[in-house]
Design a protein around this ligand. Sequence first.
Ligand SMILES: N[C@@H](CCC(=O)N[C@@H](CS)C(=O)NCC(=O)O)C(=O)O
Length: 197
Amino acid sequence: MKLYWCPRTRAFRAAWMLEEIGRPYERIAIDVRNDAARADPAFRAASPMGKVPALVDGGAKLWDSGAICLYLADAYPDAGLDVPVGDPERGAFLQWTLYTNAVIEPARGEKFGNRPVNTLQNGYGSFDLLIATLAAGLAPGPWIMGGRFTAADVLLGSSVHFMDVFKILPDSRALRAYADRCRARPAFQRTAAFDAV
Ligand SMILES: N[C@@H](CCC(=O)N[C@@H](CS)C(=O)NCC(=O)O)C(=O)O
């Protein structure tokens, strides 16, 4: 497997997921802040939009962090990060696995860009609604799927961690405790160690 990656980007999510899976992979650094590096033909073949992360696994090419985490969870079930088709919790797993890119990403834009709140028109609702919904989902804990840590936690945990780093995480005891649980995982710590180059 090859992961096209750049430190301090959304590629963190895919790298953490691969560290959780524990299979060998090649991490190829692409400086996405440099146009010449982004033009690399092998990278562009893997990532048509020139963005990281991108994953190549045999014939599979994926260039979205949410799709990569879901793909890896399903493709490598031995790692126990999936909720398989047929499991009664599969629907909830899909819902929360898609939540980062479908809801948190655009809602963060509202927060950073000071955009007006319009819960009716915005598919993501609002930043406050995102936080309240996530905190309620995590209330039973310790993970979003209860006792099992899954790919959904890699995506949500990365988001909560970076909201904290960028100082937009509201003062929520549930979300802070969740971020701490994620940061305590050895795979997170390995990822953070090479991400902070
Ligand atoms: N939806 C994508 C977004 C990826 C994305 O925007 N990555 C940024 C880095 S955080 C990037 O590669 N930007 C380079 C560019 O667009 O020029 C995902 O989550 O994988």
